[in-house]
Ligand binder design. Structure first.
Ligand code: NDP
Length: 279
């Protein structure tokens, strides 16, 4: 029978662990303040930012929120980041992406103090990750590792195929799976015979950004399938990159959308917020 991996329950367990940890820190007089900056009013970003603030409240982290107008200049944003970098009370800074087109995202990511970069996007943190050093972990991929481990799914020695090579999901996912001693393949839009490649996977991680693209023909019997995608289908219902009803009967375990990877990303962000001070 296929196991449906419950990302909501697992993320709640992580948030409860963070809450207990934050309370212990507070007893010792250590507090955390997380600053989140949103430029413009993209509805999806507004929901993400709201959920991040709610998560902070739940675990007992102070949050500062900067909701800036779409026309905000790059200079203004960079100055605000400088101020937050210099503010000793602020332990974590996150700039919600995507940014409006007139702002250079790379410049903004580089401006964040790597010690406060709880999203783990700064090149210094990405470098530490690829060298296997301690530090912040990229939230979505780290959340997927937690989902697998807490569902009792062994990673070491497994054939893992990731579809997608973005800086946010695909590439850091490969690095974390390597750390766990998996054999890793990354597929992308230029990969030939994609289904042949994905059919090799004991664990298939799908971050292709195309609604319901991955159907049964891409999946080996008994594989674990992790669906990172988030979309609205033709009926305005949330769906993933995997066609759940086609894929599910073949899988030994699968994540649903919603309620799979999504809630884990925020839980891991909160975990990074608590790790900031310890760095
Ligand atoms: P990107 O669009 O940045 O990357 C998509 C990747 O898929 C690219 O590497 C691209 O290849 C590859 N690709 C596109 N089409 C094909 C194809 N036909 N065959 C094989 N590979 C293909 O997406 P992200 O990594 O940012 O996000 C992926 C999905 O995950 C999205 O749906 C996004 O909304 C979701 N997401 C969810 C999160 C969560 O918390 N649950 C967090 C982040 C993202 P190439 O590089 O060659 O162009």
């Amino acid at each position: 029978m296929t196991k449906i991996i419950d990302g909501k329950a697992i993320s709640q367990a992580i948030k409860d662990e963070c809450r207990a940890q934050a309370a212990k820190y507070k007893e010792k007089g250590t507090e955390f303040t997380f600053a989140v900056i949103q430029v413009g009013s993209d509805p999806a970003s507004t929901v993400y930012v709201k959920n991040k603030k709610k998560g902070c409240e739940y675990i007992g982290i102070n949050s500062l929120s900067y909701e800036l107008a779409e026309e905000t200049s790059e200079d203004y944003l960079l100055k605000l980041i400088d101020e937050l970098n210099a503010n000793e009370k602020v332990t974590g800074i996150l700039v919600q992406l995507p940014l409006p087109k007139h702002i250079d995202e790379d410049k903004v990511i580089l401006a964040i103090d790597p010690d406060k970069d709880v999203d783990c996007f700064h090149p210094e943190n990405v470098g530490n990750l690829s060298l296997g050093r301690d530090g912040f972990l990229p939230c979505t991929p780290a959340g997927i590792i937690e989902l697998l481990k807490r569902s009792g799914i062994e990673i070491a020695g497994k054939e893992c195929v990731i579809i997608g090579r973005s800086n946010i999901v695909g590439k850091p996912m490969a690095l974390l799976l390597l750390r766990e001693n998996a054999t890793v393949t990354i597929a992308h839009s230029k990969t030939k015979n994609l289904a042949e490649v994905t059919q090799r996977a004991d664990i298939l991680i799908v971050a292709v950004g195309r609604p319901k693209m991955i159907t049964a023909e891409y999946i080996k019997d008994g594989a674990v399938v992790i669906d990172v995608g988030i979309h609205r289908d033709e009926n305005n219902k949330l769906c993933g990159d995997v066609d759940f009803s086609s894929a599910m009967p073949l899988c030994s375990a699968i994540t649903p959308v919603p309620g799979g990877v999504g809630p884990m990303t925020i839980a891991m962000l909160l975990k990074n917020c608590l790790n900031a001070r310890r760095k």
